[in-house]
Design a protein around this ligand. Structure first.
Ligand SMILES: *Cc1c(COP(=O)(O)O)cnc(C)c1O
Length: 386
């Protein structure tokens, strides 16, 4: 058995990141400035988008997209129950109503047929979430959006580098928002990026990101700036800092290499569990490139004497950390009480939730770590076969 605990998620930083942060600290310019701008340019180049706006988090980016898209009280926004709470919290911040559409049983991503059933005259936007790094069925979602004149905001928190039909995620919808949280597949500690092809939305979000003052206001402290500025909207304090961007610039340079390692480890898992009827491995569509932020297995309770909770505990005892992505939104107390959701409302998401486990998967792991996880999972399954 492993001597050391293997965490379910961990960042992968190196000397390039450490040195860049130090350089930033020594430069005297530590908040948003030239390095944030550079990171935006590099990111836009990577996803081939016309505009990239660095923000303090994916949550902040999703919020700005809703504000710029004029989503407000009385409006409805359709999203998935199988996501992190912030996808829907930002809808609530705007006084709008989150409407949930159940997921597909194979990919765990939002089901376009379920979205259709939830469209009303009040629907204004759809927020698809690329769970674990596998893109949603974007052609179908875009078709629904076009038919009903809806804004599509992709929650690409897990999907930096993912592709859908040979197109990298970032320009498929009106707005795409990425997360660079500590454990995401590209990290700046905390941070996010908004990409869009819409110049007007981009300009609006750029202004809203920094108090609503005229764009590039940060320059007013540099040799190019002046003391004068104008407040155009009551904006937010959602900017990235150059300390964060220092990490992002080098993480981005390593992203393709990271994605290859993730892909290789995911294949090791899938090969190793193929003969186990007790475990379903991720279903990957052949028209996507999975970013493998998460490797989610689904337990077949009919074949096991233990439930998901006991499975997680048994792995923990073997020093393997795991996690669950996600507790469905409609089962959280606030969403239950405020929007009248209850157990049974989204049966596919609930069935999945009871059975899923996210195994450790990140480039900082060694192949031996992956083998340790495989051995531990196979042992737990062997010990609890029905
Ligand atoms: C992590 C996450 C977010 C929020 O990202 P932050 O950068 O921490 O705000 C949003 N959506 C999903 C699906 C996430 O996993």
């Amino acid at each position: 058995m492993r001597k050391e605990f293997l965490p379910p998620l961990a960042p992968c930083l190196g000397d390039e990141e450490y040195n860049e942060v130090l350089d930033t600290l020594k430069s005297g310019w530590i908040t948003m400035g030239p390095k944030t701008r550079r990171f935006e340019e590099l990111f836009a180049e990577y996803v081939r988008s016309s505009h990239a706006i660095a923000v303090s988090s994916c949550t902040a980016g999703l919020h700005l997209a809703l504000v710029a898209g004029k989503i407000g009280p009385g409006d409805e926004v359709v999203t998935t129950p199988l996501t992190f709470c912030s996808t829907a919290n930002v809808v609530v911040h705007q006084g709008a109503t989150p409407i949930l559409a159940d997921v597909r049983p194979d990919t765990f991503n939002i089901d376009p047929d379920e979205i259709r059933k939830k469209i009303t005259p009040r629907t204004k936007a759809i927020i698809p979430v690329h769970l674990g790094g596998q893109p949603c069925e974007m052609d179908e979602i875009r078709a629904i959006a076009e038919e009903h004149g809806l804004l599509v905001i992709e929650d690409a928190a897990h999907a930096t580098g993912a592709e859908y039909k040979d197109r990298i995620v970032g320009t498929i919808s009106d707005v795409t928002v990425f997360s660079f949280y500590a454990t995401k597949n590209l990290t700046t500690g905390e941070g996010g990026m908004i990409t869009t092809e819409d110049a007007e939305l981009a300009e609006k979000m750029r202004i809203l990101r920094l108090h609503g003052i005229s764009s590039d206001a940060w320059k007013r402290y540099s040799d190019r700036g002046s003391w004068y500025y104008e407040v155009l909207f009551p904006g937010y304090k959602y900017n990235m800092t150059d300390i964060q961007a220092s990490l992002g610039i080098h993480q981005l340079a390593k992203q393709e290499k990271f994605l290859e390692v993730r892909q290789r480890y995911a294949e090791m898992y899938t090969d190793a569990f193929r003969d186990l009827p007790e475990i379903a491995t991720p279903a990957v569509k052949n028209h996507v490139r999975h970013a493998w932020h998460l490797y989610i297995i689904c337990l077949d309770s009919e074949h096991l004497t233990i439930d998901r909770g006991q499975f997680v505990e048994a792995l923990r005892k073997k020093n393997i950390g795991t996690s669950v992505h996600f507790i469905p939104l409609h089962l959280h107390p606030y969403y239950k009480e405020r929007f009248g959701f209850s157990k049974g409302d989204f049966p596919v998401a609930e069935t999945i939730y009871d059975r899923i486990v996210s195994l450790p998967l990140y480039p900082r792991m060694s192949e031996r770590d992956v083998e340790d996880v495989i051995r531990a999972v196979r042992k737990v399954v062997a010990d609890s076969r029905r």
